[in-house]
Design a binder for this molecule. Structure first.
Ligand SMILES: [Mg+2]
Length: 441
């Protein structure tokens, strides 16, 4: 029996529900529904006009419905009257194939056919800026190596503590908060879990951080590169695949602690990385973070080539501990559902074809990339990754050609609009268009 939201509202004193969904561009959209109407909405969903969101629909299409997943319910810790729900989009009695949460659930089902499920954790980095986003919020945060700066961290204690208290309240198991490598940049970590739960939580986390920052008179941005001379906002993900309670990525007899299936899965991720950059680095601004020159702190902490290694942060994939790997390609503008869905689609190809990723490289890739001229480079700009994903048969099959066509079509419209006003040049300052269109990603 699914949980009864009407009863839950009564017992938890929830007055309103936010029935939400995320579109292809990662925009979080909702309807605010009074608890007295939730019975009907739980069954038939909240109605939306698909054309009004980034889903490649037409104004003539019939209504689509967000059917809430009661397992995703979060009572807003700062306003307990409101319950947030992630929903799956349906239209004409069928799931909407281009709905990112549906895309992820379809990949989860495919991995389930191998009797496996993916767990993941994400590291969300963000900047705290002035309300207009033009400068970092703390004028005293000026160190050239500001990572872990205690004073700068504690000047934001009130906000960081409020966010962390919320995560404790929601039972996410937060375990550390720090000042990151750029002036004005922070990161907060909570426990890994099943990939659908992590995607729902990341969606909510971004909303929560932006909302609470606003309450403190600040602005939080997950924009990949809001300041050209500073380290960008990454969104690294830690991946493992499980059969029941057994981590199938773990093999203690291996030098780096990974099993054969972990290497195959990783091989699939490497093979498809350039194409998936269209999902993982989805904004024009994303390409200022990857393939970028060193920042003020001395390193970008982001990859340029497709390579993997042990515990070494200069490569695209790092194996920090036995039983998992860290993919460092994604940035703060990534759609939380397409992050997990993309990793799954690529990893499943790796499993099916037993892809061998080759030997790990143990060099400082930021200094020695010249020694490896045959390594594939990551795309240099959005148009390049859109072309790669269009041509990638496996990714087209995994999500459906129509879905990939829709995604590419919408992104190319965005690119065309940008190109009519600006020129993308990494050696030049960040454009006004990038700021206006990416600060709230
Ligand atoms: Mg970090």
């Amino acid at each position: 029996m699914p949980k009864n939201l009407f009863q839950i509202a009564k017992s938890k004193k929830i007055k309103y529900f936010l029935i939400s969904f995320v579109d292809l561009f990662g925009v979080l959209r909702s309807k605010l529904v009074p608890a007295q109407a939730i019975k009907e909405m739980q069954k038939n969903g909240a109605g939306f006009a698909g054309f009004a969101a980034w889903l490649d629909m037409s104004p003539a299409d019939s209504d689509m419905f967000g059917i809430p997943d009661p397992d995703s319910l979060i009572q807003l810790p700062w306003n307990k009257e409101v319950g947030w729900l992630a929903s799956d989009l349906w239209m004409n009695g069928k799931p909407v194939e281009a709905s990112p949460r549906v895309m992820l659930k379809n990949q989860i089902k495919k991995l389930k056919q191998h009797n496996l499920n993916m767990k993941s954790g994400v590291e969300c980095e963000y900047f705290l800026t002035s309300p207009d986003g033009s400068s970092i919020a703390d004028p005293r945060d000026t160190q050239s190596k500001p990572c872990y700066d205690q004073s700068a961290l504690m000047r934001r204690y009130d906000l960081i503590k409020e966010i962390c208290d919320c995560m404790i309240d929601m039972g996410w198991g937060p375990y550390q908060n720090d000042h990151e490598d750029a002036n004005g940049q922070f990161e907060m970590n909570w426990d890994y879990s099943d990939c659908l739960k992590t995607a729902d939580r990341q969606t909510f986390f971004k909303y929560m951080v932006k909302t609470l920052a606003e309450k403190h008179g600040l602005r939080a941005t997950f924009m990949p590169k809001p300041f050209e001379n500073l380290t960008g906002n990454g969104c690294h993900a830690h991946i493992s695949v499980w059969e029941g309670n057994k981590n199938k990525f773990l093999d203690k007899s291996d030098k780096l602690g990974l099993s054969k299936i972990a290497y195959n899965f990783l091989g699939g991720v490497m093979k498809n990385a350039s194409s998936l950059s269209a999902f993982f680095n989805p904004t024009i601004n994303s390409y200022r973070r990857i393939n970028a020159p060193p920042t003020k702190s001395g390193a970008t902490w982001s990859p340029s080539s497709i390579s993997y290694t042990g515990n070494n942060r200069t490569h695209m994939i790092r194996i920090p501990d036995p039983g998992r790997f860290e993919l460092r390609l994604m940035d703060g503008s990534v759609n939380p559902y397409l992050l997990q869905a993309g990793v799954l689609a690529a990893g499943i190809e790796g499993l099916n074809k037993k892809i061998n990723p080759g030997k790990p490289l143990h060099c400082n890739m930021y200094e020695e990339s010249d020694k490896y001229p045959n390594l594939s480079k990551l795309p240099n700009e959005l148009g390049e990754s859109l072309n790669k994903i269009t041509d990638n048969k496996v990714i087209n099959e995994a999500f459906g050609k129509n879905v990939i066509d829709s995604y590419v079509k919408l992104k190319k419209i965005e690119l065309k609009e940008f190109n009519s006003k600006e020129k993308f040049d990494k050696s030049k300052p960040i454009t006004k268009w990038e700021r206006q269109n990416t600060l709230d990603c």
